[in-house]
Ligand binder design. Structure first.
Ligand SMILES: *[C@@H]1O[C@H](CO)[C@@H](O)[C@H](O)[C@H]1NC(C)=O
Ligand SMILES: *[C@@H]1O[C@H](CO)[C@@H](O)[C@H](O)[C@H]1NC(C)=O
Ligand SMILES: *[C@@H]1O[C@H](CO)[C@@H](O)[C@H](O)[C@H]1NC(C)=O
Ligand SMILES: *[C@@H]1O[C@H](CO)[C@@H](O)[C@H](O)[C@H]1NC(C)=O
Ligand SMILES: *[C@@H]1O[C@H](CO)[C@@H](O)[C@H](O)[C@H]1NC(C)=O
Ligand SMILES: *[C@@H]1O[C@H](CO)[C@@H](O)[C@H](O)[C@H]1NC(C)=O
Ligand SMILES: *[C@@H]1O[C@H](CO)[C@@H](O)[C@H](O)[C@H]1NC(C)=O
Ligand SMILES: *[C@@H]1O[C@H](CO)[C@@H](O)[C@H](O)[C@H]1NC(C)=O
Ligand SMILES: *[C@@H]1O[C@H](CO)[C@@H](O)[C@H](O)[C@H]1NC(C)=O
Length: 440
């Protein structure tokens, strides 16, 4: 009888409560969000206090990066200026009759006002979350304008505008620094920013075909191309972080299934570029993990909170170095490519770029002191991705899916054996192969 009541009274509410949000499927252009996947509480487990933490943060929302602008946005925007298509005669594209582009070449790579605000909010929320920890003496950033400005906004938010209480240390985005930088892929001759684009293109061709046919039926004079479609999906995210909303996000334009395909095409690209699709990825992410753990364990250092700002490439390699979001996990096999087919969406994959690298994405390693029911008293570590705890696959003997100090160091040593040789992974170079910026 209870169950029946429950069904009668909650079913309509449940039916209304789900609303597809394209922004949470916008891959590298997704505004910051916490995915709640798995929905483990973000606050420390029962009986645990965070004693130190290390954060790696992607810069906040920008108007557009140069690649997206030159490849997709600008050609589409120019084509709109030239077209003879009468948009008023269309259905889902009516808004194009008076739509104006939110971005031009003067804006490329610049942070938006929304982005600056979000970086400030992240600072505020970490200050609140770690109120019991010392204000960091230093925050680090790679030298690009967008990473530096994101760090400055973060510091303003963290300190309530007492920005002088924190020193921002800029780390050169140099090729010769190798692993001793916040951009270790730059010095790695085995890394190429185009990895994954062939695999991604194969799927883009598949999923855009019916979209092009549908839009062509509405607007026969425009001659939609694959790149136009990619540009339109991207404009939903970019226009939202610039103007606050975008007609390109409308459910009448692209269906949820189409959005999931756009997201998946990006996932394929990042999978091969900075994820499990390439053995190199974990070797690029390992130095940050190793240096962070060393800093969290360094009793001679008085800094308790470490925060560094970088670009979208590094956080996914760090997650790969940690073995998180591995499509093959728990399978006992390692069929890397088979988990990301290029002719259809693997909806059940673990690797989702919208969760892994949205604007302001942040990976954290927290060190905790615990006295929790059912567990040995002591120190434990856990990983958070965008405030969402991500229990390690093979290191989960602590409260709330955390990992005991002993097991964590064993895990780290195993990862170092597999992925600790930066120079070898990068084709035999002779560059600095560990990250020393956190050393006191
Ligand atoms: C738009 O028209 C201009 C002038 O005719 C031309 O130079 C340009 O290539 C056209 N752009 C596109 C995207 O068709
Ligand atoms: C375009 O027209 C619609 C409907 O008349 C209006 O609501 C909207 O503000 C206009 N947009 C722009 C950018 O002028
Ligand atoms: C920042 O750096 C300056 C110059 O090295 C130093 O004098 C100052 O104490 C530092 N501030 C903090 C908060 O560590
Ligand atoms: C810090 O400065 C910003 C921008 O000037 C302002 O919006 C914000 O309210 C200030 N915060 C505090 C805590 O004073
Ligand atoms: C339509 O676009 C395709 C691909 O860019 C191009 O090859 C073709 O010439 C275009 N057709 C017209 C009518 O503009
Ligand atoms: C991903 O999972 C598979 C299966 O457990 C494992 O063999 C592989 O080493 C994992 N990859 C990484 C980079 O951890
Ligand atoms: C996965 O595919 C790429 C090319 O798409 C290939 O270079 C690589 O060797 C493949 N990996 C495995 C494990 O088969
Ligand atoms: C956590 O912090 C609280 C409040 O400071 C303290 O009472 C408690 O003993 C601490 N627990 C551990 C395990 O350190
Ligand atoms: C990992 O850190 C240890 C000590 O903190 C250091 O000796 C080692 O060189 C580092 N290894 C890598 C690959 O970063």
């Amino acid at each position: 009888m209870h169950l029946q009541n429950l069904l009668v009274f909650t079913a309509p509410v449940l039916a209304l409560s789900y609303r597809f949000n394209p922004l949470e499927h916008s891959a590298g252009i997704a505004p910051y969000f916490t995915p709640h996947n798995p929905p483990i509480q973000s606050s420390p487990p029962q009986g645990c206090n965070v004693t130190r933490a290390s954060y790696l943060v992607r810069h906040a929302a920008i108007y557009a990066n140069d690649f997206d602008y030159e490849t997709y946005l600008e050609p589409f925007i120019e084509k709109l200026h030239n077209t003879t298509q009468d948009w008023k005669r269309t259905e889902s594209l009516k808004f194009l009759s008076n739509w104006t582009a939110p971005v031009s070449d003067e804006h490329i790579e610049k942070l938006t006002a929304v982005g600056l605000q979000e970086a400030r909010s992240l600072g505020k929320s970490l200050h609140k979350k770690y109120a019991h920890l010392k204000t960091p003496a230093k925050v680090w950033s790679s030298t690009a304008d967008r990473t530096v400005k994101s760090a400055e906004s973060f510091i303003s938010g963290f300190t309530g505008n007492h920005t002088k209480s924190v020193n921002l240390t800029q780390i050169e985005e140099s090729k010769t620094a190798g692993a001793d930088s916040l951009t270790p892929y730059k010095g790695c001759s085995e890394y190429s920013s185009s990895y994954g684009s062939d695999q991604s293109s194969a799927f883009i061709k598949v999923y855009t075909k019916p979209i092009i046919a549908r839009l062509k039926a509405e607007a026969p004079s425009f001659n939609f191309t694959q790149d136009d479609i990619t540009g339109m999906f991207e404009l939903c995210g970019y226009e939202t972080v610039i103007r606050g909303s975008s007609p390109f996000c409308a459910p009448s334009l692209f269906t949820s299934e189409e959005w999931l395909s756009f997201e998946y095409a990006n996932d394929i690209m990042y999978f091969h570029n900075t994820g499990y699709g390439r053995d190199l990825s974990a070797s690029l992410g390992f130095p940050w993990v190793n240096a962070s753990v060393a800093a969290l364990d360094d009793k001679s250092s008085s800094q308790e909170l470490y925060v560094s700002f970088t670009h979208r490439e590094l956080p996914p390699t760090v997650l790969t170095a940690l073995g998180l979001y591995n499509n093959s996990a728990y399978t006992g096999a390692n069929h890397v490519n088979e988990t990301m087919p290029e002719d259809r969406v693997n909806y059940n994959r673990a690797w989702k770029s919208s969760e892994i690298l949205p604007f302001l994405t942040n990976v954290a390693i927290e060190k905790m002191s615990c006295k929790s029911y059912g567990y040995d008293e002591g120190e434990y570590y856990r990983i958070l991705n965008n405030a969402n705890p991500q229990p390690l696959v093979d290191c989960r003997d602590g409260p709330g899916g955390s990992c005991s100090k002993k097991q964590f160091h064993k895990f780290l040593k195993e990862r170092e054996e597999q992925f600790g040789d930066y120079n070898k992974a990068c084709g035999g170079s002779h560059l600095p192969e560990s990250l020393s910026i956190y050393e006191a």
